[in-house]
Design a protein around this ligand. Structure first.
Ligand SMILES: CSCCC(=O)/C(O)=C/O
Ligand SMILES: [Fe+2]
Ligand code: NI
Length: 181
């Protein structure tokens, strides 16, 4: 189930709100400039499907997103609990960072949690299959796939270089509840 938990950025022990209705989540995130939608993610994919077949299965959705935002490239991040490098890959996104373009992610399997640091709040958004998220460029955030990752997400980029993160150096991410622990 998709879920939005909201905290003050200086009080990680106190959850201010917890929402599970998709319209409520979308409304709350829209207030801080983040787009959240639920799309159909019904194409059958095996756990070992490669990037090309995932992109081919969702080519209609990717084309629609490209038209909306002028995105040039798409890639796929897909992890399962048995992945030998799961701890290293988890760590890659676990500290607060920004991007110089919008972060557009479409979950086509599994789940993972984004933490968006906006307006002195932390918005912990647990995304599930079908969730589409667009976070404005420059937003400090981090992502936790959990210790036993199980998700597949399509990422859209304007920069042909793909994923480029700028780490803020803030330790804030370590103070908030982790995903799946
Ligand atoms: C869920 S896609 C992998 C994580 C990622 O690309 C990112 O930028 C997290 O902040
Ligand atoms: Fe990111
Ligand atoms: Ni489709």
């Amino acid at each position: 189930m998709s879920q939005l938990d909201i905290y003050a950025d200086d009080a990680p022990q106190t959850r201010l709100a917890s929402l599970t209705d998709a319209r409520d989540i979308a409304g709350e995130l829209a207030r801080v400039g983040v787009a959240f939608e639920q799309w159909q993610a019904t194409h059958a994919l095996t756990d070992d499907a490669d990037q090309a077949s995932i992109l081919a299965a969702y080519s209609d959705d990717i084309a629609r997103l490209r038209q909306l935002g002028g995105y040039i490239t798409a890639d796929v991040v897909s992890l399962r609990p048995s992945h030998p490098d799961r701890a290293t890959l988890r760590q890659k996104f676990l500290d607060e960072h920004t991007h110089s373009e919008d972060e557009v992610r479409f979950f086509v399997a599994g789940s993972g949690a984004f933490y968006l640091h906006l307006h002195q709040r932390v918005f912990q958004l647990t995304c599930e299959k079908g969730d589409l998220l667009s976070v404005p460029a420059g937003t400090p955030h981090w992502f936790d796939m959990g210790p036993e990752p199980h998700f597949t997400a399509i990422r859209l980029f304007i920069d042909p270089a793909g994923w480029v993160g700028h780490f803020t150096g803030s330790p804030i991410a370590r103070q908030f509840p982790r995903h799946g622990e």
